[in-house]
Design a binder for this molecule. Structure first.
Ligand SMILES: [Zn+2]
Length: 418
């Protein structure tokens, strides 16, 4: 009996250890990639490896469009910086070629590093989608590299750590928002000192996080971490203490364009959230039934994640909500496109994602223990927002082409309610 008990407890220990090791290996080698999808190599030409090349390709595509359409206006806004004098947000406005009350807006680089993909989609739009019929039916505004610093230096936030999708609003009241849940998670979200990926807190981050999930709930944690905060400038999802210069520029420029139209459709292009290589329609919740129904009619046949699923969270100071208020007389329909990378709609993928964000932010603010740490953290971060996978890139273009064609087609049919 004694022998049996001994054997039993050793076996149990071995199983626990194996489980523990398995979890450890799974976490540290996590990837959501699939390899059973065909690549369309023509789709890859829109992706570039530097901000300058992406910008140049965008400007070339605008130039090409300028041969076909009249009166294209290109304006640039130079974003002030302590380290770089060539950080530019470009606005390309194509006035309607015939009389219309419709405006289409496409935005890239709200989260800087996500701009590589956003820019690729804008170039594809100019090359493959924009035709005479569309240009007659609607005006077009392309905002390229809202956050050029983050774009160029592979960061999500700006040089001053501001998340531009938490920095928008019609007035300054957003900066008064409090997020007490964030303060409770401060040690987890903003670790002190230099990044050391080898320390136990990082090696077993998922256990610390799971412990927090058991104490609270995944929904509470996700909400606190992601909704945005205005108290900790060194923290992730910091919305700033004032509007950034480029936000102020948009607040000055957009009303003059938006006021000419009473039907506006805006798409803000993002990456990093959701199932790998899949386009998610992921808006903030919409209380107005009319706006909600009109938005759904643009994407007929596709699922819109309005916040009825488990992975739902709301955010403050986001660009979409602001755009909806620019012209109060107009019906403005906004849709963030999110291209998933790490299956963050699931618990494990969301832990890997938030861990990568925390480490990159910690490194940016506090530095790294050594060069090896820095390379690893930056590479993991880049793979999360700008995957090197050709399948992923090809799918992004294929799906965004399909979704833009569909929604622009429906946008032409939408009529204002009397
Ligand atoms: Zn984003």
């Amino acid at each position: 009996m004694k022998k049996f008990l001994k054997l039993f407890s050793y076996s149990l220990l071995a199983i626990i250890l194996a489980g523990f090791t398995g979890l450890y290996i799974y976490y540290h080698s996590f990837s959501a990639e699939q390899d059973n999808i065909e690549i369309n190599s023509d789709n890859l030409k829109y992706f570039h490896e530097s901000y300058n090349k992406s910008r140049q390709a965008f400007l070339t595509a605008v130039h090409e469009a300028g041969r076909k359409f009249n009166n294209i206006e290109l304006s640039e806004f130079r974003v002030s910086s302590n380290v770089d004098t060539n950080l530019i947000m470009d606005l390309c406005y194509i006035p309607p070629q015939q009389d219309t009350n419709r405006l289409l807006v496409l935005i890239s680089g709200t989260h800087g590093i996500e701009g590589y993909t956003g820019s690729a989609i804008q170039q594809m739009f100019l090359n493959d989608i924009l035709n005479e019929e569309i240009a007659n039916d609607m005006a077009i505004l392309l905002i390229h590299a809202y956050n050029p610093y983050g774009f160029k230096y592979y960061r999500k936030a700006t040089e001053f750590n501001v998340d531009l999708n938490r920095n928008c609003g019609t007035d300054n009241s957003i900066f008064e928002n409090k997020n007490p849940g964030y303060g409770d998670l401060y040690d987890l979200l903003c670790p002190a000192g230099k990044v050391n990926t080898g320390n136990p807190k990082n090696q077993f981050f998922y256990l610390v996080a799971i412990w927090n999930i058991l104490k609270e709930s995944m929904a509470t944690l996700r909400q606190a971490a992601l909704q945005g905060q205005y108290e900790f400038p060194e923290g992730i999802y910091y919305g700033g203490n004032d509007f950034t210069p480029q936000t102020n520029y948009l607040k000055k420029t957009l009303p003059k364009i938006f006021e000419q139209y009473d039907l506006i459709f805006a798409v803000d292009l993002h990456t990093g959230y959701g199932e790998w290589a899949k386009l998610h329609l992921f808006p903030n919740p919409e209380k107005d039934d009319y706006v909600r129904t009109a938005t759904e009619s643009l994407f007929e046949g596709y699922h819109i994640d309005w916040g009825d699923s488990d992975d739902f969270y709301t955010i403050m100071g986001d660009l979409s909500k602001y755009l909806q208020k620019v012209n109060p007389q107009a019906l403005t329909l906004c849709m963030p496109f999110e291209f998933g990378t790490l299956n963050s709609q699931e618990t494990f993928g969301s832990l890997v994602s938030i861990h990568r964000m925390i480490l990159e932010n910690q490194g940016y603010n506090n530095g790294y223990k050594n060069h090896r740490n820095e390379i690893k953290v930056k590479n993991d971060f880049k793979e999360m927002y700008y995957p090197s996978s050709e399948i992923w890139r090809s799918e992004v273009i294929r799906q965004s082409r399909e979704m833009l064609e569909l929604s622009i087609g429906h946008f032409k049919d939408i009529e204002l309610e009397d």
